[in-house]
Design a protein around this ligand. Structure first.
Ligand code: ISJ
Length: 277
């Protein structure tokens, strides 16, 4: 019996789901960024994986999600950020991380909704790209570490989290949190990713049981998970703990409504059928 291959994202935001998940006993991990995992799931080199919600919706005839796994947020996410040196309404050229599918489409939707149509270029990098672009979209670990690097201190209250900084040469640097902008527009959660298999291959119940057990342990020991990830990324533990606590990992009814609303917003059908497992 060949090992069952799980696609595992290399992001801290998924650590509560796999920190206590052990490889072995028939399961092996393959780590990647979302755009790699998306491709591997369709081509068959992973069997069950995190998949960008936009990629799932665009390939729903071939993919079917688990009923209760998500990377979602209600309000800010802190790690899907457009860093920009011109005001939102004046954006002309944007660099897009090559790691993302969902966040790229969300950014385009939010800008289109404000009648804005900047030029987009897929280019991997960090804030140095702001020498050539008005904005750079970062996600995952690079986004949260870049944002943490801008903070002079960790605010006591979430309502004091800064969204504007002074960039190089004293120019303003804005940080637009795309999940917060979605919430301001819809009052709904945003689902960045789900877990899915190919429709031809139902998820083995034992694998799903192990995933659920690992999630319960991860969320039940969030301080330990946050400590590990904070050390790995070099960010303050308090920031990492709040960042991870803030996610919605269970694809609950509000999350599903947010996913359906996103599908309709970008002109895709919402299948709404999940594995009954
Ligand atoms: C919350 C995040 O969302 C991620 C964004 C994804 C995408 O844009 O395709 C896919 C997986 C998510 O983990 C993040 O990157 O921090």
């Amino acid at each position: 019996m060949p090992d069952y291959v799980l696609g595992v994202p290399r992001y801290a935001n998924s650590a509560p789901l796999y920190h206590f998940l052990e490889e072995g006993n028939g399961i092996v991990f393959r780590y990647g960024v979302p755009t790699e995992l998306n491709r591997w799931l369709l081509e068959g080199s992973v069997d069950l994986s995190l998949v960008s919600s936009y990629f799932y919706l665009a390939n729903a005839e071939r993919l079917r999600p688990l009923p209760d796994f998500s990377i979602a947020d209600l309000g800010p996410v802190y790690s899907v950020n457009l860093f920009h040196t011109r005001p939102w309404q004046a954006l002309r050229r944007i660099a897009l991380t090559t790691e993302s599918a969902t966040s790229v489409r969300l950014l385009q939707y939010l800008l289109e909704s404000d009648s804005l149509s900047p030029e987009y270029t897929r280019e991997q990098g960090g804030l140095e790209l702001l020498e050539r672009y008005d904005g750079v979209l970062l996600i995952g670990d690079r986004a949260i570490t870049t944002y943490a690097g801008l903070l002079q201190h960790i605010p006591e209250s979430v309502h004091q989290v800064p969204r504007q900084f002074t960039g190089p040469q004293g120019s303003p640097l804005w940080v637009s949190d795309l999940s917060m902008r979605w919430y301001e527009r819809t009052r709904l959660p945003f689902v960045f990713a789900v877990w899915a298999t190919r429709r031809s291959e139902p998820p083995p119940p034992e694998v799903v049981r192990r995933l659920r057990a690992a999630r319960s342990l991860g969320l039940g020991n969030l301080a330990a998970v946050a400590g590990t990830e904070a050390q790995r990324l070099g960010v303050p533990e308090r920031l990492m703990q709040h960042y991870l606590w803030n996610f919605r990992y269970h694809l609950e009814a509000p999350d599903r409504l947010g996913l359906e609303t996103f599908a309709r917003a970008v002109g895709l059908a919402y299948p709404g059928d999940y594995w009954d497992v």
